[in-house]
Design a protein around this ligand. Structure first.
Ligand SMILES: *Cc1c(COP(=O)(O)O)cnc(C)c1O
Length: 484
Protein backbone atom coordinates (compact mmCIF):
# COMPACT_ATOMS: atom_id res chain seq x y z
CA UNK A 1 0.00 0.00 0.00
CA UNK A 2 1.66 3.18 -1.18
CA UNK A 3 0.51 6.59 -0.02
CA UNK A 4 1.51 9.61 -2.07
CA UNK A 5 3.56 12.51 -0.71
CA UNK A 6 0.40 13.96 0.88
CA UNK A 7 -0.60 10.72 2.54
CA UNK A 8 -3.24 9.62 0.03
CA UNK A 9 -3.74 6.29 -1.72
CA UNK A 10 -4.14 6.38 -5.50
CA UNK A 11 -7.76 5.30 -4.99
CA UNK A 12 -8.43 8.35 -2.86
CA UNK A 13 -7.14 10.60 -5.69
CA UNK A 14 -9.64 9.15 -8.15
CA UNK A 15 -12.08 11.48 -9.93
CA UNK A 16 -14.86 10.20 -12.18
CA UNK A 17 -13.82 10.64 -15.82
CA UNK A 18 -10.21 11.70 -15.27
CA UNK A 19 -7.87 9.93 -17.69
CA UNK A 20 -4.17 9.03 -17.71
CA UNK A 21 -4.17 7.57 -21.19
CA UNK A 22 -5.43 8.17 -24.72
CA UNK A 23 -6.19 5.37 -27.14
CA UNK A 24 -5.96 5.62 -30.96
CA UNK A 25 -9.23 6.01 -32.84
CA UNK A 26 -10.99 2.67 -33.20
CA UNK A 27 -11.09 1.68 -36.88
CA UNK A 28 -12.93 -1.57 -36.37
CA UNK A 29 -16.66 -2.17 -36.07
CA UNK A 30 -17.94 -2.65 -32.54
CA UNK A 31 -18.92 -6.12 -31.38
CA UNK A 32 -21.09 -6.78 -28.37
CA UNK A 33 -19.46 -9.02 -25.78
CA UNK A 34 -21.97 -11.76 -24.89
CA UNK A 35 -23.88 -10.83 -21.73
CA UNK A 36 -22.69 -13.94 -19.89
CA UNK A 37 -19.06 -12.90 -20.29
CA UNK A 38 -19.51 -9.32 -19.12
CA UNK A 39 -18.67 -7.98 -15.64
CA UNK A 40 -21.71 -7.25 -13.53
CA UNK A 41 -20.06 -4.35 -11.74
CA UNK A 42 -17.51 -1.94 -13.21
CA UNK A 43 -13.85 -2.65 -12.47
CA UNK A 44 -12.90 -0.41 -9.51
CA UNK A 45 -9.81 1.16 -11.04
CA UNK A 46 -8.75 4.64 -9.91
CA UNK A 47 -9.39 7.36 -12.49
CA UNK A 48 -6.40 9.68 -12.39
CA UNK A 49 -4.24 11.82 -14.69
CA UNK A 50 -0.91 10.68 -16.12
CA UNK A 51 1.42 12.49 -13.64
CA UNK A 52 -0.47 10.86 -10.77
CA UNK A 53 0.05 7.41 -12.30
CA UNK A 54 3.74 8.06 -12.90
CA UNK A 55 4.24 9.32 -9.34
CA UNK A 56 2.34 6.35 -7.94
CA UNK A 57 4.68 3.83 -9.56
CA UNK A 58 7.84 5.86 -9.01
CA UNK A 59 7.08 6.35 -5.32
CA UNK A 60 6.12 2.67 -4.95
CA UNK A 61 9.50 1.65 -6.35
CA UNK A 62 11.20 4.03 -3.93
CA UNK A 63 9.57 2.21 -1.04
CA UNK A 64 11.35 -0.93 -2.09
CA UNK A 65 14.79 -1.81 -0.76
CA UNK A 66 17.29 -3.62 -2.96
CA UNK A 67 21.00 -4.15 -3.44
CA UNK A 68 20.91 -1.18 -5.81
CA UNK A 69 19.52 1.01 -2.99
CA UNK A 70 21.81 0.13 -0.13
CA UNK A 71 23.78 -2.40 1.90
CA UNK A 72 21.90 -5.70 2.26
CA UNK A 73 23.80 -7.99 4.69
CA UNK A 74 21.16 -10.76 4.68
CA UNK A 75 23.11 -13.78 5.93
CA UNK A 76 22.83 -16.99 3.90
CA UNK A 77 21.17 -15.10 1.04
CA UNK A 78 24.27 -13.57 -0.61
CA UNK A 79 22.74 -10.27 -1.64
CA UNK A 80 25.75 -9.15 -3.63
CA UNK A 81 25.77 -6.45 -6.28
CA UNK A 82 24.54 -7.80 -9.62
CA UNK A 83 26.50 -6.21 -12.46
CA UNK A 84 24.21 -4.62 -15.06
CA UNK A 85 26.09 -6.21 -17.95
CA UNK A 86 24.53 -9.55 -16.91
CA UNK A 87 21.03 -8.16 -17.47
CA UNK A 88 22.08 -6.72 -20.82
CA UNK A 89 23.32 -10.12 -21.96
CA UNK A 90 20.17 -11.91 -20.78
CA UNK A 91 17.92 -9.32 -22.44
CA UNK A 92 19.69 -9.47 -25.82
CA UNK A 93 17.02 -10.45 -28.40
CA UNK A 94 19.51 -12.92 -29.89
CA UNK A 95 18.92 -14.99 -26.75
CA UNK A 96 15.63 -13.73 -25.31
CA UNK A 97 13.56 -14.29 -28.50
CA UNK A 98 14.46 -17.95 -28.95
CA UNK A 99 11.81 -20.62 -28.62
CA UNK A 100 12.84 -23.75 -26.70
CA UNK A 101 11.40 -26.02 -29.40
CA UNK A 102 13.09 -24.33 -32.36
CA UNK A 103 15.20 -26.77 -34.45
CA UNK A 104 18.51 -27.20 -32.65
CA UNK A 105 20.43 -26.23 -35.79
CA UNK A 106 19.04 -22.69 -35.21
CA UNK A 107 19.85 -22.53 -31.48
CA UNK A 108 23.53 -23.51 -31.53
CA UNK A 109 24.55 -20.28 -29.75
CA UNK A 110 22.18 -20.92 -26.86
CA UNK A 111 23.24 -24.55 -26.58
CA UNK A 112 26.88 -23.47 -26.58
CA UNK A 113 26.09 -21.03 -23.75
CA UNK A 114 24.47 -23.85 -21.73
CA UNK A 115 27.36 -26.20 -22.44
CA UNK A 116 30.02 -23.62 -21.61
CA UNK A 117 28.34 -22.83 -18.29
CA UNK A 118 28.04 -26.55 -17.46
CA UNK A 119 31.78 -26.92 -18.11
CA UNK A 120 32.68 -23.88 -16.01
CA UNK A 121 30.54 -24.97 -13.07
CA UNK A 122 32.11 -28.45 -13.26
CA UNK A 123 35.55 -26.85 -13.04
CA UNK A 124 34.50 -24.55 -10.18
CA UNK A 125 32.83 -27.36 -8.21
CA UNK A 126 35.34 -30.10 -8.99
CA UNK A 127 32.60 -32.25 -10.53
CA UNK A 128 32.43 -34.33 -13.74
CA UNK A 129 29.18 -32.92 -15.12
CA UNK A 130 26.45 -30.40 -14.34
CA UNK A 131 22.79 -30.09 -15.31
CA UNK A 132 21.28 -26.61 -15.46
CA UNK A 133 17.70 -27.88 -15.30
CA UNK A 134 16.63 -27.15 -11.68
CA UNK A 135 14.89 -23.80 -11.10
CA UNK A 136 16.09 -23.06 -7.55
CA UNK A 137 18.30 -24.22 -4.72
CA UNK A 138 15.62 -26.39 -3.14
CA UNK A 139 14.76 -27.81 -6.57
CA UNK A 140 18.47 -28.62 -7.01
CA UNK A 141 18.52 -30.40 -3.65
CA UNK A 142 15.54 -32.52 -4.68
CA UNK A 143 17.11 -33.28 -8.07
CA UNK A 144 20.43 -34.16 -6.41
CA UNK A 145 18.73 -36.48 -3.92
CA UNK A 146 16.74 -38.10 -6.76
CA UNK A 147 20.08 -38.69 -8.48
CA UNK A 148 21.40 -40.36 -5.32
CA UNK A 149 18.20 -42.39 -5.09
CA UNK A 150 18.64 -43.50 -8.71
CA UNK A 151 22.26 -44.50 -7.97
CA UNK A 152 21.28 -46.73 -5.03
CA UNK A 153 18.38 -48.13 -7.08
CA UNK A 154 20.72 -49.05 -9.92
CA UNK A 155 22.71 -51.13 -7.41
CA UNK A 156 19.51 -52.71 -6.08
CA UNK A 157 20.47 -51.29 -2.70
CA UNK A 158 16.94 -50.64 -1.44
CA UNK A 159 17.63 -50.61 2.29
CA UNK A 160 18.86 -47.01 2.24
CA UNK A 161 15.83 -45.05 3.41
CA UNK A 162 17.45 -42.31 5.52
CA UNK A 163 19.37 -39.07 4.93
CA UNK A 164 21.58 -37.45 7.55
CA UNK A 165 21.25 -33.68 8.02
CA UNK A 166 23.16 -31.57 10.58
CA UNK A 167 21.02 -29.58 13.02
CA UNK A 168 22.55 -26.35 11.67
CA UNK A 169 21.36 -27.03 8.11
CA UNK A 170 19.23 -24.74 5.98
CA UNK A 171 15.57 -25.75 6.36
CA UNK A 172 15.32 -26.78 2.73
CA UNK A 173 17.72 -29.73 3.36
CA UNK A 174 15.44 -31.85 5.53
CA UNK A 175 12.43 -30.65 3.50
CA UNK A 176 13.98 -31.80 0.19
CA UNK A 177 14.99 -35.15 1.68
CA UNK A 178 11.45 -35.64 2.99
CA UNK A 179 9.91 -34.73 -0.38
CA UNK A 180 12.24 -37.31 -1.95
CA UNK A 181 10.75 -39.91 0.41
CA UNK A 182 13.64 -40.14 2.86
CA UNK A 183 13.50 -40.25 6.62
CA UNK A 184 15.66 -37.55 8.26
CA UNK A 185 18.35 -38.38 10.79
CA UNK A 186 19.67 -35.31 12.57
CA UNK A 187 23.32 -35.07 13.55
CA UNK A 188 24.42 -32.72 16.33
CA UNK A 189 26.73 -29.72 16.10
CA UNK A 190 29.55 -29.18 18.56
CA UNK A 191 30.09 -25.95 20.48
CA UNK A 192 32.11 -24.48 17.59
CA UNK A 193 29.19 -25.05 15.21
CA UNK A 194 30.77 -27.92 13.24
CA UNK A 195 29.44 -31.47 12.87
CA UNK A 196 29.96 -33.77 15.86
CA UNK A 197 31.85 -36.61 14.13
CA UNK A 198 31.34 -39.08 16.98
CA UNK A 199 27.57 -38.47 16.86
CA UNK A 200 27.67 -38.86 13.06
CA UNK A 201 29.56 -42.16 13.20
CA UNK A 202 27.03 -43.59 15.63
CA UNK A 203 24.29 -42.94 13.07
CA UNK A 204 25.95 -44.39 9.95
CA UNK A 205 24.89 -47.80 8.64
CA UNK A 206 23.38 -49.75 5.73
CA UNK A 207 20.14 -47.72 6.02
CA UNK A 208 21.79 -44.37 5.19
CA UNK A 209 21.49 -43.10 1.59
CA UNK A 210 23.34 -39.81 1.94
CA UNK A 211 24.68 -37.12 4.20
CA UNK A 212 23.78 -33.50 3.30
CA UNK A 213 26.27 -30.82 4.28
CA UNK A 214 26.99 -27.16 3.80
CA UNK A 215 30.64 -26.15 4.03
CA UNK A 216 31.33 -23.56 5.30
CA UNK A 217 28.23 -24.38 7.32
CA UNK A 218 25.29 -22.15 8.10
CA UNK A 219 27.11 -20.43 10.97
CA UNK A 220 29.99 -19.55 8.63
CA UNK A 221 32.42 -22.16 10.02
CA UNK A 222 34.58 -24.38 7.81
CA UNK A 223 34.07 -28.09 8.55
CA UNK A 224 37.70 -28.99 9.16
CA UNK A 225 36.90 -32.69 9.62
CA UNK A 226 35.42 -33.00 6.16
CA UNK A 227 37.92 -35.68 4.91
CA UNK A 228 37.16 -37.86 7.94
CA UNK A 229 33.41 -37.28 7.54
CA UNK A 230 33.47 -38.09 3.81
CA UNK A 231 35.45 -41.27 4.41
CA UNK A 232 33.12 -42.50 7.16
CA UNK A 233 30.03 -41.81 5.02
CA UNK A 234 31.53 -43.52 1.95
CA UNK A 235 32.69 -46.48 4.03
CA UNK A 236 29.07 -47.18 4.97
CA UNK A 237 28.05 -47.05 1.28
CA UNK A 238 26.28 -43.66 1.40
CA UNK A 239 26.96 -40.60 -0.78
CA UNK A 240 27.97 -37.08 0.22
CA UNK A 241 25.64 -34.25 -0.84
CA UNK A 242 26.95 -30.68 -0.88
CA UNK A 243 24.57 -27.76 -0.43
CA UNK A 244 26.44 -25.15 -2.46
CA UNK A 245 23.73 -22.50 -2.34
CA UNK A 246 26.31 -20.07 -1.00
CA UNK A 247 29.46 -20.91 -2.91
CA UNK A 248 30.94 -17.42 -2.39
CA UNK A 249 33.54 -18.32 0.26
CA UNK A 250 34.72 -21.30 -1.79
CA UNK A 251 35.54 -19.46 -5.01
CA UNK A 252 39.30 -19.54 -5.43
CA UNK A 253 39.83 -21.48 -2.21
CA UNK A 254 38.45 -25.03 -2.32
CA UNK A 255 36.22 -27.30 -4.38
CA UNK A 256 33.50 -29.60 -3.04
CA UNK A 257 34.58 -32.36 -5.44
CA UNK A 258 38.06 -32.34 -3.90
CA UNK A 259 36.59 -32.61 -0.40
CA UNK A 260 34.86 -35.89 -1.19
CA UNK A 261 31.39 -34.73 -2.19
CA UNK A 262 29.59 -36.81 -4.84
CA UNK A 263 26.62 -34.58 -5.69
CA UNK A 264 26.11 -30.84 -5.23
CA UNK A 265 23.96 -27.90 -6.22
CA UNK A 266 24.82 -24.25 -6.68
CA UNK A 267 22.45 -21.30 -6.40
CA UNK A 268 23.35 -19.25 -9.46
CA UNK A 269 21.04 -16.48 -8.20
CA UNK A 270 23.16 -16.10 -5.06
CA UNK A 271 26.81 -16.74 -5.89
CA UNK A 272 26.65 -15.93 -9.59
CA UNK A 273 24.64 -12.76 -9.30
CA UNK A 274 21.04 -12.70 -10.43
CA UNK A 275 18.75 -10.27 -8.56
CA UNK A 276 16.70 -12.60 -6.36
CA UNK A 277 14.67 -10.61 -3.86
CA UNK A 278 11.07 -11.65 -3.36
CA UNK A 279 11.49 -15.30 -4.30
CA UNK A 280 12.81 -15.42 -7.82
CA UNK A 281 13.92 -16.05 -10.46
CA UNK A 282 16.50 -18.68 -9.63
CA UNK A 283 18.61 -21.51 -10.92
CA UNK A 284 19.95 -24.46 -8.93
CA UNK A 285 22.28 -26.48 -11.20
CA UNK A 286 23.30 -29.93 -9.94
CA UNK A 287 26.76 -31.40 -10.38
CA UNK A 288 27.88 -35.01 -9.98
CA UNK A 289 31.21 -36.75 -9.77
CA UNK A 290 32.39 -39.14 -12.46
CA UNK A 291 30.30 -42.31 -12.51
CA UNK A 292 27.00 -40.59 -11.68
CA UNK A 293 26.45 -38.64 -14.94
CA UNK A 294 23.96 -41.13 -16.31
CA UNK A 295 21.54 -40.37 -13.45
CA UNK A 296 21.21 -36.67 -14.28
CA UNK A 297 17.81 -35.54 -15.61
CA UNK A 298 16.80 -34.97 -19.24
CA UNK A 299 17.51 -33.08 -21.38
CA UNK A 300 21.32 -32.96 -21.24
CA UNK A 301 23.33 -30.52 -23.32
CA UNK A 302 26.32 -32.20 -24.96
CA UNK A 303 29.02 -31.30 -27.46
CA UNK A 304 29.16 -33.58 -30.48
CA UNK A 305 32.27 -34.91 -32.16
CA UNK A 306 31.77 -32.46 -35.08
CA UNK A 307 31.81 -29.46 -32.73
CA UNK A 308 28.03 -28.85 -32.76
CA UNK A 309 25.85 -28.93 -29.63
CA UNK A 310 22.72 -30.93 -28.86
CA UNK A 311 20.13 -31.15 -26.12
CA UNK A 312 19.52 -34.87 -25.81
CA UNK A 313 17.00 -36.99 -23.97
CA UNK A 314 17.99 -40.56 -23.17
CA UNK A 315 16.64 -43.27 -20.93
CA UNK A 316 18.27 -41.68 -17.91
CA UNK A 317 16.96 -42.83 -14.58
CA UNK A 318 15.48 -39.48 -13.65
CA UNK A 319 13.49 -38.37 -16.67
CA UNK A 320 12.58 -34.67 -16.60
CA UNK A 321 12.49 -32.34 -13.62
CA UNK A 322 11.71 -29.15 -15.56
CA UNK A 323 9.73 -28.17 -18.64
CA UNK A 324 12.90 -27.58 -20.67
CA UNK A 325 16.47 -26.66 -19.68
CA UNK A 326 16.09 -24.55 -16.55
CA UNK A 327 15.92 -20.77 -16.27
CA UNK A 328 17.84 -19.71 -19.35
CA UNK A 329 18.01 -16.00 -18.51
CA UNK A 330 19.50 -16.73 -15.07
CA UNK A 331 22.03 -19.11 -16.63
CA UNK A 332 23.05 -16.38 -19.10
CA UNK A 333 23.57 -13.93 -16.25
CA UNK A 334 25.82 -16.43 -14.46
CA UNK A 335 27.81 -17.07 -17.62
CA UNK A 336 28.19 -13.34 -18.21
CA UNK A 337 29.30 -12.85 -14.60
CA UNK A 338 31.94 -15.60 -14.77
CA UNK A 339 33.26 -14.44 -18.15
CA UNK A 340 33.40 -10.77 -17.16
CA UNK A 341 35.25 -11.51 -13.90
CA UNK A 342 37.59 -14.02 -15.50
CA UNK A 343 39.37 -16.81 -13.63
CA UNK A 344 41.75 -14.48 -11.76
CA UNK A 345 39.04 -12.23 -10.32
CA UNK A 346 36.65 -15.08 -9.66
CA UNK A 347 39.31 -16.49 -7.34
CA UNK A 348 39.20 -13.27 -5.30
CA UNK A 349 35.51 -13.68 -4.42
CA UNK A 350 36.15 -16.21 -1.65
CA UNK A 351 39.02 -14.37 0.07
CA UNK A 352 37.35 -10.94 -0.17
CA UNK A 353 33.93 -12.06 1.07
CA UNK A 354 35.72 -13.76 3.98
CA UNK A 355 37.80 -10.68 4.73
CA UNK A 356 34.73 -8.42 4.76
CA UNK A 357 32.83 -10.70 7.15
CA UNK A 358 35.76 -10.93 9.56
CA UNK A 359 36.25 -7.16 9.41
CA UNK A 360 32.69 -6.52 10.61
CA UNK A 361 32.80 -9.35 13.16
CA UNK A 362 35.92 -7.94 14.85
CA UNK A 363 34.63 -4.37 14.81
CA UNK A 364 31.43 -5.33 16.65
CA UNK A 365 32.28 -8.28 18.89
CA UNK A 366 32.74 -6.10 22.00
CA UNK A 367 29.08 -4.97 21.79
CA UNK A 368 27.39 -8.02 20.26
CA UNK A 369 27.61 -11.55 21.64
CA UNK A 370 29.80 -13.80 19.48
CA UNK A 371 28.82 -17.37 20.41
CA UNK A 372 31.41 -19.07 18.19
CA UNK A 373 35.05 -18.00 18.34
CA UNK A 374 37.55 -18.17 15.53
CA UNK A 375 37.77 -16.69 12.06
CA UNK A 376 34.53 -16.98 10.14
CA UNK A 377 34.14 -17.48 6.43
CA UNK A 378 31.74 -15.34 4.35
CA UNK A 379 29.24 -14.84 7.18
CA UNK A 380 28.89 -15.09 10.94
CA UNK A 381 26.26 -15.09 13.64
CA UNK A 382 25.87 -12.88 16.71
CA UNK A 383 23.58 -14.01 19.51
CA UNK A 384 22.04 -10.55 19.94
CA UNK A 385 23.49 -7.69 21.97
CA UNK A 386 26.20 -8.56 24.50
CA UNK A 387 24.39 -6.63 27.24
CA UNK A 388 21.23 -8.64 27.87
CA UNK A 389 20.00 -6.31 30.64
CA UNK A 390 18.52 -3.70 28.27
CA UNK A 391 15.66 -5.90 27.04
CA UNK A 392 16.50 -4.90 23.46
CA UNK A 393 16.09 -7.91 21.19
CA UNK A 394 17.56 -8.91 17.84
CA UNK A 395 14.23 -7.96 16.21
CA UNK A 396 14.54 -4.44 17.69
CA UNK A 397 18.11 -4.08 16.42
CA UNK A 398 17.08 -5.28 12.96
CA UNK A 399 14.20 -2.79 12.79
CA UNK A 400 16.33 0.09 14.06
CA UNK A 401 18.87 -0.60 11.27
CA UNK A 402 16.16 0.33 8.74
CA UNK A 403 16.19 3.87 10.13
CA UNK A 404 19.87 4.08 9.19
CA UNK A 405 19.16 3.02 5.60
CA UNK A 406 20.46 -0.55 5.90
CA UNK A 407 18.60 -3.75 5.17
CA UNK A 408 18.38 -5.95 8.27
CA UNK A 409 20.61 -9.02 8.55
CA UNK A 410 18.99 -12.46 8.72
CA UNK A 411 17.41 -12.81 12.16
CA UNK A 412 16.40 -15.77 14.35
CA UNK A 413 18.20 -18.13 11.95
CA UNK A 414 20.08 -20.42 12.43
CA UNK A 415 18.04 -21.89 15.25
CA UNK A 416 21.15 -22.77 17.28
CA UNK A 417 20.93 -19.50 19.25
CA UNK A 418 18.02 -17.58 20.75
CA UNK A 419 18.86 -14.15 19.31
CA UNK A 420 20.60 -15.06 16.04
CA UNK A 421 21.70 -12.09 13.94
CA UNK A 422 23.40 -13.43 10.84
CA UNK A 423 25.55 -11.05 8.83
CA UNK A 424 26.89 -11.63 5.30
CA UNK A 425 28.45 -8.54 3.74
CA UNK A 426 29.65 -10.20 0.46
CA UNK A 427 32.75 -9.19 -1.47
CA UNK A 428 31.14 -6.41 -3.48
CA UNK A 429 30.98 -3.80 -0.68
CA UNK A 430 33.51 -1.02 -0.20
CA UNK A 431 35.39 -0.37 3.03
CA UNK A 432 33.34 2.85 3.45
CA UNK A 433 30.05 0.92 3.33
CA UNK A 434 31.28 -1.62 5.87
CA UNK A 435 32.44 1.20 8.16
CA UNK A 436 29.08 2.98 7.90
CA UNK A 437 27.28 -0.26 8.81
CA UNK A 438 29.62 -0.85 11.76
CA UNK A 439 29.01 2.72 12.96
CA UNK A 440 25.23 2.20 12.80
CA UNK A 441 25.44 -1.10 14.70
CA UNK A 442 27.60 0.54 17.39
CA UNK A 443 25.19 3.48 17.62
CA UNK A 444 22.26 1.06 18.10
CA UNK A 445 24.11 -0.75 20.89
CA UNK A 446 24.70 2.63 22.56
CA UNK A 447 21.02 3.57 22.21
CA UNK A 448 20.00 0.18 23.62
CA UNK A 449 21.95 1.04 26.78
CA UNK A 450 20.90 4.70 27.06
CA UNK A 451 17.48 5.08 25.39
CA UNK A 452 16.19 1.51 24.88
CA UNK A 453 12.67 2.65 23.92
CA UNK A 454 14.10 4.44 20.88
CA UNK A 455 15.31 1.04 19.62
CA UNK A 456 12.23 -0.91 20.75
CA UNK A 457 9.84 1.45 18.92
CA UNK A 458 11.90 1.45 15.70
CA UNK A 459 11.64 1.86 12.78
CA UNK A 460 10.71 5.53 12.91
CA UNK A 461 11.40 6.54 9.28
CA UNK A 462 9.65 3.83 7.24
CA UNK A 463 6.13 4.05 5.71
CA UNK A 464 4.95 1.27 8.04
CA UNK A 465 6.44 0.66 11.47
CA UNK A 466 5.14 -2.39 13.31
CA UNK A 467 2.84 -4.62 11.29
CA UNK A 468 1.50 -7.72 13.01
CA UNK A 469 3.81 -10.20 11.22
CA UNK A 470 1.56 -13.21 11.71
CA UNK A 471 -1.63 -11.41 10.74
CA UNK A 472 0.09 -9.85 7.70
CA UNK A 473 1.30 -13.26 6.53
CA UNK A 474 -1.96 -15.08 7.16
CA UNK A 475 -4.49 -12.43 6.10
CA UNK A 476 -2.78 -9.86 3.91
CA UNK A 477 -5.11 -7.09 2.75
CA UNK A 478 -3.83 -6.16 -0.68
CA UNK A 479 -6.91 -4.83 -2.49
CA UNK A 480 -8.69 -1.53 -2.25
CA UNK A 481 -12.10 -3.22 -2.07
CA UNK A 482 -11.16 -5.00 1.13
CA UNK A 483 -9.74 -1.83 2.63
CA UNK A 484 -13.12 -0.16 2.24
C1 LIG B 1 19.14 -20.16 -0.13
C2 LIG B 1 19.57 -21.49 0.35
C3 LIG B 1 18.90 -22.66 -0.08
C4 LIG B 1 17.62 -22.64 -0.90
O1 LIG B 1 17.73 -22.01 -2.14
P1 LIG B 1 16.40 -21.53 -2.90
O2 LIG B 1 16.87 -21.06 -4.24
O3 LIG B 1 15.81 -20.45 -2.08
O4 LIG B 1 15.48 -22.70 -3.02
C5 LIG B 1 19.40 -23.87 0.35
N1 LIG B 1 20.47 -23.96 1.16
C6 LIG B 1 21.13 -22.87 1.60
C7 LIG B 1 22.31 -23.02 2.50
C8 LIG B 1 20.70 -21.59 1.22
O5 LIG B 1 21.33 -20.51 1.67
Amino acid sequence: MNRDLYGKLIFELSHQGRRGFSLPRNEFPAYEIPAGLRRETPLGLPQVDEPTVVRHYTNSSNNNFGVDTGFYPLGSCTMKYNPKINDEMAADPVMSRLHPLQPQSTTQGALKAYYTLQQMLSEIGGMAEFTLNPFAGAHGELTGLMTIHAYHDSREDWARTKVIVPDSAHGTNPASAAVCGYEIVEVKSMADGTVDVADLKSKLGPDIAAMMMTNPNTVGMFEKNIPEIAKAVHDCGALMYYDGANLNPMLGVARPGDMGFDVMHINLHKTFSTPHGGGGPGSGPVGVRAGLEQFLPNPRVVKNADGTYSAICDDSALGRISSWIGNFAVDLRALSYILSLGAENLKMVGPLSTLNANYIMHALRDLYLLPIEGPCKHEFVFDGLADKSTGVTTLNVAKRLLDFGFHAPTIYFPLLFHESLMIEPTETESRETLDAFIAAMRQIAKEAAETPDLVKDAPHNTPISHPDDTEAALHPVVTWAELN
